[in-house]
Design a binder for this molecule. Structure first.
Ligand code: PFF
Length: 527
């Protein structure tokens, strides 16, 4: 027995528990803020074509792969990329380093995601206490938001204290859940959180869809036209490569696939647990929440209240503007608005926290598996790092540091990490063995066509995406061509230095674990 096998690995308490946890990871701020704005600016109904295609050719197959590799890794005491790939490649020395991307992405996303979660909790609080009730014009609400996040000092906020206080509260909540572990922490949280989230979402969707014509002085501004704006297809959008990149990016982000979160979660499954149906159930839940609920709240309400032209400009100013500026203004104009604003921000908060715990998990799993740290030690270390990097973001957000981290961790890295993941599944393990592993204990069969998809289509799709991205945007982004302000350039380089330090640290831990015998030669000829 190797050293690591002597430790008993935690397990999920039930099948519904793990499904809700993965669905909780997927259903996040992305569903309610990112999806509607992306769809609205990228062709409306036409956006759904690349979106559905990406879901079928990338999202669903990658989720199956990630669940499968996670459960497989867990059987060998590894729940993250380095250990899993090392074993799949029968101990080839390079394999373990390819796993770094799948720890890097979720860990870096954590740094800013938890911070934004703090905003949602703060705004739920302000909804109840009337914190922004005097901000009735768009520019006032916008100042309120900018002041709160510390991007500017104004009559609403003079310093960062409120943002820091709410960050600390969500920070403590997140790490308390992590400290309690898989069953006692994450499973409990998502079992309670997910039903509340769905109820809040349905309530808000019904409220928005029954808005009718909010202002009779503007008969054009009504729910029917708003839905038309959101969903009428603009077919010409399909010839724009940006629309395809956006749809694919949304699928990745929304389903939380390819980044190592699902892998870490699935490593706590039992050997015979189903992965095929469970994965599909979690995906379906996310898609329902995203398209049906996410697609009926934000932008639809904005278009019903302010008309289509204005909604277009709201959507192009980004998800935060919709969520934290437009929505509060709308709620101020409807009966019981304070209550609905509270429900809206509570919904975002719950969606956020059930996702952030999944973003933190790969780092914890990695530290425990590869350095033999205890739960407490691993949670404490990740907590300290999270705290420090988020503190950097709190004070530098106005220079674009948060966007920079988001770009590398949530746009570039997932595609790279997913390409590596599917390479290991389809080519290192091989489709035949891979499917045998996937279908072990499965409650349903995977349609045969997905063997072809996973061998040829998914990898090609991913590589094409990378090539298009590198050839169109790479250089101007890397050299910060579009950033004129020199202070911003310095801070963005600072953010990049932090990202490099995170990647190097993960690499160093892999080297260290290797020396400690965590990645032994696999000689028995079997994985
Ligand atoms: N899926 C989450 C959302 O839609 O907000 C965010 C997320 C969670 C992304 C976990 C990636 C991840 F690994």
């Amino acid at each position: 027995m190797t050293q690591s096998n002597t430790k008993v690995r935690e397990n999920w308490g039930s099948r519904i528990g793990v499904i809700l946890a993965v669905a909780g990871s997927a259903v996040g701020l992305g569903n309610f803020l990112r999806f509607p704005t992306q769809a609205a600016v990228n062709g409306g109904g036409a956006f759904m074509i690349p979106y559905l295609l990406a879901m079928i050719l990338l999202g669903i197959p990658l989720a199956w792969v990630e669940w499968t590799l996670g459960r497989y890794g867990g059987q060998h005491s590894h729940g993250t990329g380095p250990g899993v790939y090392h074993r799949l490649a029968k101990g080839r020395p390079w394999a373990k380093y390819l796993g770094i991307a799948a720890i890097f992405a979720p860990t870096v996303i954590t740094f800013y995601y938890v911070y934004i979660e703090g905003w949602t909790l703060a705004f739920s609080y302000y909804s109840l206490t009337g914190g922004f009730k005097d901000a009735i014009a768009a520019n006032e609400m916008s100042s309120f938001f900018s002041g709160f996040i510390g991007a500017e000092s104004n009559s609403y906020f003079h310093n960062h204290t409120p943002a820091i206080v709410f960050f600390l509260i969500v920070f403590v909540i997140n790490y308390f859940v992590m400290y309690k572990g898989i069953q006692g922490g994450i499973e409990k949280l998502t079992r309670i959180g997910m039903p509340i989230l769905i109820v809040c979402g349905i309530l808000l969707a019904i409220r928005v869809l029954t808005l009718g014509t909010p202002d009779p002085a503007f008969p054009d501004r009504n729910v029917t036209n708003a839905l038309g704006f959101m969903w009428n297809p603009n077919w010409s959008a399909l010839s724009d490569v940006k629309v395809w990149l956006a749809a694919t990016g949304q699928i990745f982000f929304s389903l939380s696939v390819g980044m190592g979160c699902i892998m870490a979660y699935a490593s706590y499954l039992r050997k015979d647990d189903d992965v095929v149906l469970s994965s599909l159930t979690a995906t379906t839940t996310n898609q329902f929440v995203e398209v049906v609920l996410g697609g009926s709240i934000g932008i639809v309400a904005a278009a019903a209240f302010y008309g289509v032209a204005q909604a277009q400009s709201i959507a192009s100013s980004g998800s935060f503007s919709l969520g934290f500026i437009t929505m509060p203004l709308i709620f101020e104009q409807i009966p019981f608005g304070g209550f609905f604003a509270f429900v809206w921000f509570l919904l975002l908060f719950i969606a956020g926290v059930t996702s952030s715990v999944s973003l933190i998990q790969p780092a914890i799993t990695f530290l425990k598996d590869e350095l033999d740290l205890s739960q407490n030690q691993a949670v404490t270390i990740m907590g300290i790092v999270n705290f420090l990097v988020t503190a950097f973001l709190v004070f530098t957000i106005q220079w674009g540091t948060l966007d920079e981290m988001d770009f590398w961790a949530a746009t570039v890295c997932p595609v790279v990490a997913a390409t590596i993941m599917v390479f290991f599944f389809s080519y290192v393990l091989g489709i035949k063995q891979g499917f045998a592993e996937m279908e072990h204990g499965a409650a349903i069969q995977v349609p045969r066509i997905f063997r072809f998809v996973l061998k040829y289509i998914t990898p090609t799709y991913l590589v094409v995406l990378l090539v298009i991205w590198i050839s169109t945007e790479w250089w101007s982004v890397v050299t910060l061509e579009k950033v004129a302000d020199s202070a911003a350039r310095n801070w963005i380089w600072g953010a990049r230095a932090i990202l490099a330090a995170v990647a190097v640290t993960i690499g160093w831990i892999v080297v260290h674990a290797n020396r400690a015998g965590k990645f032994p030669q696999i000689t028995e000829g079997k994985r």
